[in-house]
Design a protein around this ligand. Sequence first.
Ligand code: 5GP
Ligand code: ZN
Length: 113
Amino acid sequence: MKDCIFCKIAAGEIPSDKVFEDEYVYAFRDLNPQAPEHILIIPKQHISRVEDVTDEDRGLMGRLVVAAKHIAAEAGLKKGYRLVFNNGPDAGQEVEHIHLHLMGGRRFSWPAG
Ligand code: 5GP
Ligand code: ZN
């Protein structure tokens, strides 16, 4: 999508610190990390938020989680990690291209703030 920063990152038009890529998924380090490991995992296809996910996207959304598993294993996050979709303004979604946060390397509290 035109003017979407994460579409541009996935297309290589804006530089990023890539950690994983395949035909459908792109993952890169968050610019403002909130944990020792903080990676954003996105579909290359533009989807703004969870409300826009369709039945046809079920496989694609699963790919984000499978990518997270591989990235976490690669990063040696044996003690666990947090996976988060911030969805909509109340959840603090700033970028309107759906993204899965993978955070690890420290302990996280619950409930989330
Ligand atoms: P949200 O608040 O939408 O769930 O998360 C957006 C995340 O994207 C934030 O953690 C922010 O630091 C990160 N971010 C925003 N713009 C860029 C960028 O241009 N490059 C990278 N690597 N991360 C970004
Ligand atoms: Zn996009």
